[in-house]
Write a protein of this length. Structure first.
Length: 632
């Protein structure tokens, strides 16, 4: 394997480099042999010197350092002391700088024993091998972030181990072909290869890949010139970014340059370091500094705990993980299906569904449930509305039927009632004529007779109006009425039917105070009439009992008036009493079962109640409770 042409920043002839390195290694081995005889049994100091070949503010190296420390601290049973040196070989070179470093180490670590040295990068490894021969001849070295091509078993002492990384131009070209399937060229952006501390081996591979692909050299340019050049690259080209660290006297953090280039680049940017991701690069086969730091930290800790360095083989870097930036894949319209199966896609912007799918499903379920519930409620409301309309229509029709049914019963009483005022009118008219035919007419008597005629005619007119209202779809408006007078009118109408059935009528109508109610007189008259007719029918059945009909009114202190209609008929089965107000329930052979439900509806429409209960020793009692009318 070819060794690097640069050691600590100086260009050397390859043979001269080999000879000096071999001499240094020989001296180190000789010293190590002498020292190991007397100190083999001595435990190593619990201190680690970390040598970073780059600047102190690079995210790549700082991530490795932080991971080494955290890995060792987590696994160590006792505290470990860490020393840190940032060699900054990318910017400082020359024998004078090396001499100053040697003096620095000599004075700084004069009384500081070192247990393990950790070298980050190939140049730091070279420097650690040389410095160990001078200051710490027996101290084991653990290296990391050194490419595979640099390390061979023939040029690494036995008390040195570490972890390498797979870093090659071929891997970046492979990633470029994934992103740009019809790749025809590649442009390399960054510090020139001879000034690089990680990518120098790319020079060996360039001739091979330049035969099939167009190579565009954009290395060693300023940031402004680089931005200008990457904005005008030809089609089917990919940009390989290897880190722009400095130009002239200006120094940069390579990761911070990526967004400046990506802002102007007209082609996708391929990278191989994790710290270059997230700022404009598409991605590629990535080396992760955390993994390098963890591997190095575990090796260093095992050595501090007594492991024999010669028994710890060098860990070859595993295959790089394909990692890509979702945002850049979208920018360059890269189909994710072209990526390797084990690819990791970062910065994927989750959709609303990805973030809140659980909530969305819950909301959809709630909306569907609510919609179904609303639909069901509307359906039930519609059914109920139709049912109520049908019920009201049926009730109204049945009420009309009930009126027609009772019309026959009422006709005889109405005729008798009209016969009375008509007979009285005829009698009063005859009397008036007689008083006027006298030689000296008695005008006072004649006037009184005429007034009686007017009164009786009004009475007849009221009867006619009541009958007409009963057979029409309208009723007089509610007005304050004397319940006693209404009951007396009904008793007058039913007097002939009561007398013809040998029924004794007992009326106990309170008149102190008068029972005034706000009611529709025709409807309320229909209720009283229905109850009296039912009572008469019940007592007219064959049987041995006293036929007594009691009707009474009573004003209560709670502002209501009670009307009682009690008969002494055979009564009703107590179980049937509960069903008496149900539609179509009847105890009469020819009944329709609508009279009492209609009566109950009318009474409740007037704000009252209608109840029924067996009467002792037999018979039935109906109670109508109505609120008194406010006369204020």
């Amino acid at each position: 394997m070819r060794r690097r042409e640069f050691l600590f920043g100086y260009r050397r002839h390859p043979h001269s480099t080999h000879r000096r390195l071999i001499a240094t290694i020989a001296l180190a081995l000789e010293t190590l042999t002498v020292c190991s005889v007397g100190s083999a049994a001595q435990p190593l100091p619990r201190s680690v010197l970390i040598l970073n070949q780059s600047t102190p503010f690079g995210p790549w190296q700082n991530t490795i350092i932080a991971t080494v420390r955290s890995t060792m601290n987590q696994g160590a049973a006792e505290p470990v002391t860490f020393y840190m040196e940032h060699l900054d070989f990318s910017r400082f070179k020359g024998q004078q700088y090396l001499s100053s470093l040697e003096n620095h180490f000599r004075e700084k670590y004069r009384d500081k024993p070192i247990g393990v040295m950790v070298a980050i990068g190939p140049v730091a490894l070279d420097y650690a091998l040389n410095m160990r021969a001078v200051f710490w001849s027996s101290v084991p070295i653990v290296f990391t972030a050194v490419e595979d091509t640099y390390v061979t078993r023939g040029n690494i002492p036995s008390n040195v181990t570490g972890v390498t990384m797979d870093q090659s131009l071929g891997r970046m070209i492979e990633a470029a072909r994934i992103v740009v399937p019809d790749l025809k060229g590649f442009a390399i952006v960054g510090t020139r290869l001879e000034d690089q501390i990680y990518y120098r081996n790319f020079a060996n591979d360039l001739p091979h890949f330049s035969r099939d692909l167009q190579f565009i050299d954009l290395m060693g340019l300023s940031i402004d010139e680089t931005r200008q050049r990457v904005s005008a690259l030809p089609e089917h080209t990919a940009i390989l970014y290897i880190g722009l660290n400095f130009y002239g006297s200006a120094a940069y953090v390579a990761a911070e340059v990526v967004p400046l280039i990506a802002e102007r680049a007209n082609r996708p940017i391929i990278v191989d370091a994790e710290t270059f991701l997230g700022t404009g690069a598409v991605g590629g086969f990535i080396v992760t500094p955390r993994q390098l730091g963890q591997d190095a930290g575990r090796l260093a800790l095992s050595i501090l705990q007594g492991a024999d360095v010669s028994g710890i083989p060098i860990t070859r870097g595993g295959p790089r993980k394909p990692i890509f930036d979702w945002r850049q894949l979208q920018r360059w319209q890269v189909d994710a299906s072209r990526l390797p199966i084990d690819s990791e896609i970062r910065f994927r912007e989750p959709s609303i569904w990805d973030q809140y799918w659980g909530y969305i499903l819950a909301v959809i379920a709630a909306i569907l449930f609510q919609g179904a519930l609303i639909f069901w409620l509307l359906y039930e409301h519609s059914r109920r509305t139709v049912a109520e309309a049908n019920s009201m229509e049926l009730t109204y029709e049945l009420a009309q039927m009930n009126r027609f049914a009772t019309a026959g019963e009422m006709s005889a009483s109405i005729a008798h009632e009209l016969r009375q005022p008509l007979a009285a009118i005829a009698s009063y008219g005859s009397a008036a004529l007689n008083w006027l035919k006298k030689k000296v007419p008695d005008l006072n008597e004649a006037r009184a007779a005429l007034e009686d005629i007017v009164r009786e005619s009004h009475r007849a007119d009221d009867v006619i109006k009541s009958v007409r209202a009963m057979f029409r779809h309208e009723s007089p408006a509610r007005a304050p009425i004397n319940l006693n007078e209404l009951i007396q009118d009904v008793m007058t109408i039913t007097a002939r039917q009561i007398n013809s059935n040998n029924i004794v009528l007992n009326a106990n109508l309170t008149d102190n105070p008068p029972p005034m109610v706000m009611a529709d007189p025709v409807q309320l008259q229909q209720v009283i009439l229905n109850l009296i007719v039912n009572a008469v029918d019940a007592m007219s059945r064959p049987g041995h009992w006293a036929r007594i009909l009691q009707i009474g009114t009573q004003v209560r202190p709670d502002g209501t008036v009670v009307t009682r209609v009690t008969d002494s008929g055979p009564g009703v089965d107590p179980k049937a009493v509960e069903k008496m107000f149900q539609h179509f329930f009847t105890t009469k052979p020819s009944g329709m079962g609508m009279g009492l439900p209609i009566c109950k509806t009318i009474v409740e429409a007037h704000g009252g109640t209608l109840t029924a209960s067996p009467s002792k020793p037999h018979g039935m009692e109906f109670l109508i409770v109505l609120p008194l009318a406010s006369m204020g």
